[in-house]
Each structure stands twice: as structure tokens, then as C-alpha cells.
Ligand binder design. Structure first.
Ligand SMILES: NC(=O)c1ccc[n+]([C@@H]2O[C@H](COP(=O)([O-])OP(=O)(O)OC[C@H]3O[C@@H](n4cnc5c(N)ncnc54)[C@H](OP(=O)(O)O)[C@@H]3O)[C@@H](O)[C@H]2O)c1
Length: 324
């Protein structure tokens, strides 16, 4: 299958957008909104109207969809066309049952004040009981019927409520299973990716199957994350190119053929993070960034899905099918 995500979308040279397997275009830099809280509304408005973002990433679980919705509608009132925006959201684990998928989407659309989503993603491939604790108590992880849920996701596309569907936090094993049952292909796989966790094998598997990859936590994530902004290799490349470490990390993701969704609620950093076009990281510096040691995830899901005594997942490696 074609390596769709490697082809810059028509009329959008310099990696400004990637063509999805569906034929739609995903703008390559989107605004992340996890932990943006009440600032999400202003952040979205500024990103779209002042910084030029056309892609916003959110999720039901972030608890900011209403704020994101306010930002979006303010931007549209300021003259931005809905069709020029790419809005992605995610279905949370407690809604991963066939009879809940449509209702969950309707709530998301209502909160975002939209009548369709550009992309609807399965947030994590595990089903949680409503109100599950973190970490989950015995019996709070339920069976996830991937095939039945995917059929419902496919129906949302047919009904015009969602333009593309996809997944997050998948392994090779789970992707293989999904590809065997899918009638509509997942257009996007969203995963943690940065020079401290390149996850090359998932990137390659997605490329091989024409699935576009979006890199999340591109700066190493937030509280308790990995401080890539002060990583010596990143700062060295940034100084050499006269760019900021944030810009180098975002541009690194683009040059790997992935879209990327840095989060910021700070107007200067929101603007900084999208100034990544018209220049590139030269080959030798790109290679240096690809050689950062101590490859490890920041977000391994342990705090949400692992119950060390009762399982069914007793450690993070179980969540990732022991592939890392
Ligand atoms: N699918 C999933 O399971 C999943 C999981 C995690 C994340 N995501 C998505 O990916 C997005 C990004 O990931 P993330 O939120 O984990 O973290 P991130 O984008 O890697 O990093 C955000 C942190 O970096 C700071 N920051 C932003 N720009 C900066 C710059 N230029 N220089 C220095 N610091 C900067 C932000 O603070 P300020 O806000 O103060 O600037 C914030 O503390 C999320 O918001 C979410 O939309 C998806």
C-alpha cells in the first residue's frame, strides 16, 4: 500500500499537511489541549487566529472540550471557515462498548459546538468500567470488543458525523488485529513520539499499511515528563540552527513524516511551535537526534490500567503486549 503519510498534500508544500488514506488532508502541526484547563479556550482562539494553526487535538477525557468549543466558535465568528479546520477528538475507555460509541460522539460534538469531527480516535485500547479508579480496582477493566466498537466507528463515518477514524496507543499486535477486521481503514495512529521515544517499529508498521502517524507529547510531555527542551543534543542542534529547542522537536517530527501536536497555553510558545516551515534539520543533526539514548515512554498507561494484584494487566509491559 502507498506510503500516504510521506506525501505532502497537494498545494501544501514543505510538510504543511499530509494526505490521509481517505484522501483528506491533516494539517501537520496541531495544538494539543491536554491539561490546558480553563486556558484552552484562549489557546485555541490564539492558535487559530494569530498563529495560523488549522488542527486542534482534544479528547473527552481532557475535560476541556467545552473550552475548546468556545475557542473554535470564537475563531469561526472571527471569520475562519469550519472547512479549513481539522478537529480531532477521542473516545474514552468507559465508552468503548458498541452501544455507547454514538452517544459519546454526540456529547463531544455538543461540547465542541460542531456538527462533525475530522478525526475520531480510540484513546486507549482498553475498556474501563464507568467511574473506574486510577489505578483500577479489581473488576474495573472490562472486555474490549474491538471489532464491534470499530463497526460503530465505521458507521459514524458513513453517517457523516466523522470524516476519519483512528486509534492511539496501539501495538503491532493490536494493529494487526484491527487491520484484519477493519472495513474502513484507520487513517491515523496517534502515539507518543519524540527523540527520547522514537518508537520506530510502530512508525514503520503504520507506513507500510498507509496509516498516518501523529506524534503526541513531542516535547517530552508535561508534569513528570521528560525534559527534552534542555536535552544537550536538542539544545546543540537548536543553537546551531538558530531555532528554539521546541521548534527543533516539532520539526524533527515533521521530517519523520508524522504530524505533531505540541501543547501550550502560552501565546508566545503557541506561536513559536508552529514556526517550523521554510527550514530543515540537516541530515547529520537529524541523525544525532535519532541517536539519543535511554529510549523510554513517558506515558506508559500504568497509572490508568495496571492492577498489580488482580490484573488483567499486572505491569506496563502487559499493556504494550511485551513488544518494547
Ligand atoms: N492519545 C493520547 O493518549 C495522548 C497522550 C498524551 C498527549 N496527547 C496529545 O498530545 C498533546 C501534546 O502532548 P503533551 O501535552 O503530553 O506534552 P508536550 O506537547 O510534549 O509538552 C507540553 C509541555 O511543554 C510546554 N511547552 C510548550 N511549548 C514549549 C516550548 N516551545 N518551549 C518550552 N516548553 C514548551 C508546555 O507548557 P506551556 O503550556 O506553559 O507552554 C507543557 O508543559 C496533548 O496536549 C494531547 O493533545 C495524546
Amino acid at each position: 500500500m502507498a506510503e500516504a503519510q510521506q506525501i505532502p498534500a497537494q498545494g501544501q508544500a514543505d510538510l504543511r499537511g499530509f494526505r490521509l488514506i481517505s484522501g483528506h488532508t491533516i494539517p501537520s502541526v496541531g495544538l494539543g489541549t491536554w491539561r490546558s484547563g480553563p486556558k484552552a479556550s484562549d489557546a485555541v482562539f490564539i492558535a487559530i487566529t494569530e498563529a495560523g494553526y488549522r488542527h486542534v487535538d482534544t479528547a473527552a477525557e481532557y475535560g476541556v472540550q467545552e473550552e475548546v468549543g468556545h475557542g473554535l466558535s470564537a475563531a469561526m465568528q472571527a471569520g475562519i471557515d469550519r472547512q479549513d479546520l481539522f478537529i480531532a477528538s477521542k473516545i474514552w475507555c468507559s465508552d468503548l462498548a458498541p452501544d455507547r460509541v454514538r452517544t459519546a460522539l454526540k456529547t463531544t460534538l455538543q461540547d465542541l459546538q460542531l456538527d462533525y469531527l475530522d478525526l475520531y480516535l480510540i484513546h486507549w485500547p482498553f475498556r474501563l468500567k464507568e467511574g473506574a479508579h486510577k489505578p483500577p480496582e479489581a473488576g474495573e477493566i472490562l472486555d474490549f470488543d474491538m471489532e464491534a466498537v470499530w463497526r460503530e466507528m465505521e458507521q459514524l463515518v458513513k453517517d457523516g458525523l466523522v470524516r476519519d477514524i483512528g486509534v492511539c496507543n496501539f501495538t503491532l499486535k493490536k494493529l494487526d488485529k484491527l487491520l484484519r477486521i477493519a472495513q474502513t481503514m484507520p487513517s491515523v495512529c496517534q502515539m507518543e513520539m519524540h527523540p527520547g521515544w522514537r518508537n520506530d517499529k510502530m512508525l514503520e508498521a503504520c507506513k507500510k499499511n498507509g496509516i498516518h502517524v501523529t506524534a503526541y507529547s513531542p516535547l517530552g510531555s508535561q508534569d513528570g515528563g521528560r525534559d527534552l527542551i534542555h536535552d544537550p543534543t536538542v539544545t546543540e542542534v537548536a543553537n546551531k540552527l538558530n531555532k528554539t529547542p521546541g521548534q527543533v522537536l516539532v520539526r524533527w517530527a515533521l521530517q519523520r513524516g508524522t504530524s505533531v501536536i505540541p501543547k501550550s497555553t502560552n501565546s508566545e510558545r503557541i506561536k513559536e511551535n508552529i514556526q517550523v516551515f521554510g527550514w530543515e534539520i540537516p541530515e547529520e543533526d537529524f541523525r544525532a537526534l535519532n541517536s539519543i539514548r535511554d529510549q523510554r515512554r513517558v506515558l506508559d498507561g500504568e497509572d490508568i490500567f495496571v492492577n498489580k494484584i488482580h490484573g488483567p494487566y499486572r505491569c506496563a509491559a502487559d499493556l504494550w503486549d511485551n513488544e518494547d
